[in-house]
Write a protein that binds this ligand. Structure first.
Ligand SMILES: Cc1ncc(COP(=O)(O)O)c(C=O)c1O
Length: 475
């Protein structure tokens, strides 16, 4: 039995032999191989659904089984749109990382085997050393570091290990979309609090830093049932980098109400201008109640490697280890070796011009500025991000001019707009409403998210499309 999307399918033995099936699968892969990394495969017509007398899906999936990404990625591919939607670099990762991976694959044959389940020893050692320095903590590689399948894995373990039925988890809107389903799958109850844009601004471009929490509103969300708050700095999709004062506000509430903090810091090296990333775990009294989550994918521009980690006190991490032990148990050894060697290199060059972290944010900041200027030419108003490789742009002017775009009933305006933009302008982005709870979606349906970690030819293609669009607007 194969499971494709959320549909249960069986392969009818009378219609297909195992060798036919191999050909079928291989040929469909062959067709899409040139764009395999971001294409969607369709189920074969040979597959049929079984009508079960019982409910097929587990109840914990109710209400979370529709994923907006699949739809937008598919539409972008079908229309060969310039893909500024999904967050991945379309240029080569640093050579020292790919060389380290080649070496791991062709060198010691034992790297083909299982390693320590909770993390390859050289990797946990260098992560403890590297982040111990940043967090000003003496980290024990065996107790305070857990290697996971991407930051997604670290997030999933955090919710599964520490959130119980009925626990409330505070999510700050807009939020990386998996936080809500992960809370619900653990039996928890998401409680939302928004970052609010300023009511009016003086004609200058807004910065992501202008979007702020209302301290009284945030405080009102903490109840005796609150188990955790999730913070994401720099934040996807807004690009907000929390200031020390904002982190102190959150930290004080966590301590006052005895609440845990899941701190998603995957974009910590991508901060611009004079901004500085601060880990909430480095604030007084916060290490004890914080899980700090990171991603090699974002750190070394290798999103397909899916190596992540979580750092925290042993009394919390031991429960994440229990989930890991009984869930995935292990992450690929060769990739862990390549990530550990990349970190060793970065530690040698820490803060110096040769450091990839130092170079990357400078290069990406130029791309950010380029995209901000390009979007302004057609009348979108970007919110300038302090961090990440995303920006959100206000499309209110388009909403006023063409309020009735086609779409399904109840579909948010930003989602309709993106479908229209993909089909008519050949540009793909992501609606910001997918980063909001269902209560807030209607009020924030006039922003769309673009990704700017793209190569020069993608930027050229974007600019060509925008120039064409501008001409049409002026005609
Ligand atoms: C805020 C945030 N957290 C976590 C992740 C997942 O990272 P990984 O690919 O390492 O699982 C992403 C990926 O887009 C992200 O944007």
């Amino acid at each position: 039995m194969l499971i494709l999307s959320s549909t249960v399918v069986v392969i009818l033995p009378s219609l297909v032999s195992s060798s036919d099936l191999t050909i079928k699968i291989n040929s469909s892969l062959a067709i899409s191989r040139k764009n395999l990394s971001h294409s969607t495969l369709s189920p074969s017509p040979l597959h049929q659904e079984v009508k079960m007398s019982k409910q097929v899906q587990a109840r914990r999936l109710e209400g979370i089984d529709k994923n907006p990404w699949v739809e937008f990625v598919k539409l972008a591919n079908e229309n060969e749109a310039v893909n500024l939607g999904q967050g991945f670099p379309d240029f080569a990762p640093p050579e020292f990382s790919t060389e380290a991976f080649k070496q791991a694959v062709s060198g010691d044959f034992m790297l083909n085997q299982y390693t320590r389940g909770f993390g390859y020893p050289p990797l946990v050692k260098i992560l403890a050393q590297f982040f111990g320095k940043l967090l000003e903590q003496d980290l024990d590689p065996l107790k305070n570091v857990l290697v996971t399948v991407g930051a997604y894995g670290a997030l999933f373990y955090s919710f599964q290990a520490l959130v119980d039925e009925g626990d409330e988890v505070i999510l700050i809107e807009p939020y990386f979309d998996c936080y809500e389903p992960m809370t619900k799958m653990a039996g928890g109850c998401p409680v939302f609090v928004p970052l609010r844009p300023p009511p009016a601004h003086d004609g200058r471009l807004m910065s992501s830093g202008d979007w702020q929490l209302d301290p009284a509103e945030l405080a009102s969300k903490f109840t005796p049932r609150t188990k955790a708050i999730v913070i994401n700095s720099p934040n996807n999709p807004l690009g907000k980098v929390y200031s020390r004062a904002e982190l102190e506000l959150i930290a004080n509430l966590c301590k006052k109400h005895d609440v845990l903090c899941f701190s998603d810091e995957v974009y910590q090296w991508l901060v611009y201008d004079e901004e500085k990333h601060i880990s909430i775990a480095s604030l007084p009294g916060m290490w004890e109640r914080t899980l700090t989550i990171g991603s090699a994918g974002k750190t070394f521009s290798v999103t397909g490697w899916k190596v992540g980690w979580v750092l925290g006190p042993d009394y919390l991490l031991k429960h994440l280890r229990t989930v890991h032990q009984n869930c995935l148990y292990h992450c690929p050894t060769q990739l862990q070796e390549a990530v550990s060697s990349s970190f060793e290199r970065e530690l040698r060059f820490f803060g110096q011009p040769e450091s990839y972290f130092v170079q990357l944010h400078k290069d990406i900041q130029k791309k950010r500025d380029h995209m901000v200027n390009s979007l302004l030419t057609i009348g979108m108003t970007p919110v300038v991000p302090q961090g990440t490789y995303f920006l959100i742009a206000d499309i209110s002017t388009f909403k006023k001019k063409m309020p009735h775009l086609p779409g399904s009933e109840g579909e948010a305006y930003d989602s309709r707009f993106i479908k229209w933009m993909i089909k008519n302008k050949g540009l793909a982005a992501i609606p910001v409403s997918v980063f909001y709870s269902s209560q807030q979606k209607q009020h924030l349906d006039h922003y769309i998210r673009f990704c700017f970690i793209k190569n020069d030819s993608t930027f050229k293609a974007m600019d060509d499309k925008l120039q064409q669009w501008k001409k049409e607007l002026e005609a």
